[in-house]
Design a protein around this ligand. Structure first.
Ligand code: SF4
Ligand code: SF4
Ligand code: SF4
Length: 355
C-alpha cells in the first residue's frame, strides 16, 4: 500500500512554473498518525509513503515523528516500509540525510541544471544554483543513486539536453525531466519541434555513456525502452488504489492533481476510504481514451494519466495535445536509441534485453 502525503502547500521557493497554490497549511501529527494507522489497517506487508509538498522539508519535525511512529507499527507487522521524498534541496543537511538513511527515505532533488538560476528562484527572485551546490555534494555522498528531476519550459527548451548533461557531469546518474504542463505554459509547434530535437541529443548523450562505469540513465527513455522490449505498459496506474493522495487536512483523493476536487473525494484518514467511490473512480479510469484507440504507441504512452488529463482538459479521458506530442517525441527518440544500442551490440543493453 502506498499513500502520498501532502505535508504542506507551503514552499520556500517561487519557481517560475510552479502550479501549487501556496498557503501556510500544514499537516498535523494527529492527521499523519491517522494516515499511518489507515495504511497499516489494510494489513499489507509492503508499505510506502511519498512525502510531498510544496516543500516537504518545511515539515521536518513532522517527518521525524511520523517515520518514528510508522517504524514502530511496521516492526510489529514485520513488513517492508519505505519513503520517497522530492525536495528543492534548500533545507537539506547532514542531520536530515542521516534520518533518511535510518528510515529508508529515498530523496529526489528537483534541480533544473543550467536553468536553475533562471527558473528556480526564491521568494525574492534570487537564483538558487549556488545555494544548491553544497547540498548536491551532501546528497550524492549519502545517496549516490539519487534522481535529479528537471522541468523544462518552452522559453528555454533548447537548453534541456545541456542541462541533463550538466546534471550528469555534476554526479547524477539518474536524471529525469518533465515539461511544464500548465495550460498557459505556451507550448506551440515550434517549441515542440525543439523539444523533440533535445530528446535526440539526450539519446546521443545516453548512448555515449551507456557502457561506461557510470552510465547515464535518463528515466523517460529507460521506461519506454523497457515497456517495448518487455511488452508491458510503461506505468501501471490503478487510479485511486495504487497511491491515494492525502491532503494536509486528511482528506483522501485518487491522485495528486485531484487534491481538493470534491467530486473525487474518497474519504478521510479518520473515517477511512469509501470503497464504493474508490471502485467507481478506478473503473471510470479504465475506459479507453477515444483519441488513442488504435494508436501504435498506446501501450507505452502516458495517455491514461487521469491526473494530467483532468488537470488540463477537465476530463480524465481527454488527452491534452501537448501530452500527445510529447509522448510521441520521447518514444521516437527512445526507440532510435534502443535501435542503435542493439545494432552495435552494446554489452549493457544486450545483457538487459538479450537478443
Ligand atoms: S520547489 Fe518550486 S515547484 Fe516545488 S513547490 Fe516550491 S515553488 Fe513550487
Ligand atoms: S501518442 Fe497520442 S494518440 Fe497515441 S496513445 Fe499517446 S496520446 Fe494517444
Ligand atoms: S493518474 Fe497519473 S500520476 Fe496518478 S497514478 Fe495514474 S499515471 Fe500516475
Amino acid at each position: 500500500m502506498n499513500f502520498t502525503l501532502h505535508l504542506t502547500a507551503d514552499c520556500n521557493l517561487n519557481c517560475v512554473y510552479c502550479y501549487e497554490k501556496h498557503s501556510s497549511l500544514r499537516m498535523d501529527m494527529q492527521t499523519a498518525i491517522a494516515a499511518c494507522d489507515l495504511m497499516f489497517s489494510f494489513g499489507h506487508k509492503k508499505n510506502g509513503f511519498s512525502l510531498f509538498g510544496g516543500e516537504p522539508l518545511l515539515c521536518r519535525s513532522l517527518i521525524e515523528r511520523l517515520t518514528a511512529y510508522a517504524a514502530e507499527r511496521n516492526k510489529a507487522l514485520g513488513g517492508e516500509l519505505s519513503y520517497k521524498l522530492t525536495t528543492n534541496g534548500v533545507l537539506l543537511d547532514e542531520e536530515f540525510l542521516q534520518l533518511a538513511d535510518d528510515r529508508n527515505i529515498e530523496i529526489a532533488l528537483s534541480h533544473d541544471g543550467l536553468l536553475q538560476d533562471i527558473q528556480r528562484v526564491d521568494k525574492a527572485g534570487r537564483g538558487t544554483a549556488e545555494r544548491l551546490e553544497p547540498k548536491i555534494d551532501l546528497l550524492l555522498r549519502r545517496q549516490p543513486d539519487a534522481v535529479a528531476m528537471l522541468t523544462v519550459i518552452p522559453q528555454h527548451v533548447e537548453r534541456l539536453a545541456e542541462s541533463v548533461e550538466w546534471l550528469y557531469r555534476r554526479g547524477f546518474s539518474r536524471v529525469n525531466s518533465a515539461i511544464d504542463m500548465r495550460p498557459d505554459a505556451g507550448w506551440d509547434d515550434a517549441s515542440m519541434e525543439k523539444l523533440a530535437a533535445e530528446y535526440f541529443k539526450i539519446a546521443d548523450l545516453m548512448e555515449a555513456h551507456y557502457d561506461s562505469a557510470r552510465p547515464l540513465r535518463y528515466l523517460n527513455f529507460t521506461s519506454k525502452i523497457a515497456a517495448r522490449l518487455e511488452d508491458r505498459p510503461c506505468i501501471e496506474c490503478r487510479l485511486g488504489i495504487k497511491q491515494p493522495s492525502i491532503a494536509p487536512d486528511g482528506r483522501i483523493y485518487p491522485c495528486n492533481q485531484f487534491l481538493n476536487n470534491e467530486e473525487f473525494l474518497m474519504g478521510d484518514v479518520f473515517c477511512g476510504i469509501d470503497a464504493e467511490k474508490q471502485r467507481r473512480i478506478f473503473e471510470e479510469s479504465l475506459k479507453a481514451e477515444d483519441t488513442c484507440v488504435g494508436c501504435s504507441l498506446e501501450k507505452r504512452c502516458r495517455h491514461h494519466c487521469a491526473c494530467l488529463n483532468h488537470s488540463l482538459t477537465g476530463n480524465m479521458h481527454e488527452v491534452p495535445p501537448v501530452q500527445c506530442m510529447e509522448e510521441q517525441a520521447v518514444i521516437l527518440a527512445a526507440d532510435a536509441l534502443a535501435a542503435r544500442l542493439y545494432e552495435k551490440k552494446s554489452p549493457r543493453f544486450m545483457s538487459s534485453y538479450g537478443e
